[in-house]
Write a protein that binds this ligand. Structure first.
Ligand code: ADP
Ligand code: MG
Length: 236
């Protein structure tokens, strides 16, 4: 589903070049739910933004469904993203002046899908994320956890094969975090959508099928050791 090959990235500002990712390679299978774990500043968001095609890497390849998104032209990539990729942000990024259902439908407006079809799909997804009765409210009338559910519904409406989520529970309390992770797990099972979820919390990562760890922009190998570390920490 996703294959990253020797991916490196450096940001350049006016005075210096700042290397952030170093020759990172890994694969994610279709339907897998993967955590991208690492402490703050380790390069997780940069990695996710590159994989979602939001920016171009300095070096390396990113294959999604067999196609290298790094090589794609801007137009081709934009089209590919609309068809294949979903994104969930830590801060939800809902449009304040649109109702819940308008927010969820928005990606289909860009695809010129008929209003009746859009509406039906959006309502079904709001039901799936547990918000069947909130469709006509505005984002400001919802709690953080509810807003994140709306954002998850929006990311799913184009039926992407892969969804990237950047610290989706980063602004939420522990109980709400558990609810959101539960929803993502349920959707992953029900739709076989592949998920890559960025987190700096070992407890969240531990609930995924596999864990990719970044440390200072380098992939930490020996993932099984990582899992053992995590489970022994939990027992302690
Ligand atoms: P994480 O999401 O793991 O906290 P980031 O990918 O956001 O890490 O950042 C990794 C490193 O890249 C940090 O040192 C950060 O300061 C740097 N960085 C991120 N974005 C930029 C940018 N646009 N310009 C320069 N440096 C950046
Ligand atoms: Mg980040």
């Amino acid at each position: 589903m996703l294959r990253v090959e020797k991916l490196s990235h450096a940001f350049s500002n006016s005075t210096e070049i700042v290397p952030v990712l170093h020759q990172v390679s890994f694969q994610v299978k279709p339907g897998e739910m993967v955590a991208l774990l690492g402490s703050s500043g380790s390069g997780k968001s940069t990695m996710l933004n590159l994989m979602a095609g939001l920016m171009k890497p300095t070096e390396g390849q990113i294959y999604i469904a067999g196609q290298d998104i790094v090589k794609m032209s801007e137009n081709r990539l934009a089209e590919f993203r609309r068809g294949h990729i979903g994104f969930v942000f830590q801060s939800y990024e809902l449009i304040a002046t649109m109702t819940v259902i308008e927010n969820v439908q928005l990606p289909l407006v860009f695809q010129s899908v008929r209003p009746s079809v859009r509406r039906k799909k959006a309502l079904a997804l709001l039901e799936e994320v547990g918000l069947p009765d909130k469709s006509n409210l505005f984002p400001s009338q919802l709690s953080g956890g509810q807003q994140q559910r709306v954002s998850i519904a929006r990311s799913l409406i184009t039926e992407p094969s892969i969804i990237f989520a950047d610290e989706p529970t980063g602004n939420l309390d522990t109980k709400t975090e558990e609810e959101i992770i539960g929803i993502l797990q349920r959707l992953n099972k029900a739709k076989n959508t592949t998920f890559v979820i960025v987190t700096h919390e070992a407890e969240v990562a531990e609930q995924m099928q596999s864990i990719i760890t970044l440390r200072n922009g380098y992939l930490v190998t020996g993932q099984e050791h990582m899992k053992e570390d995590l489970s022994s920490r939990r027992e302690a």
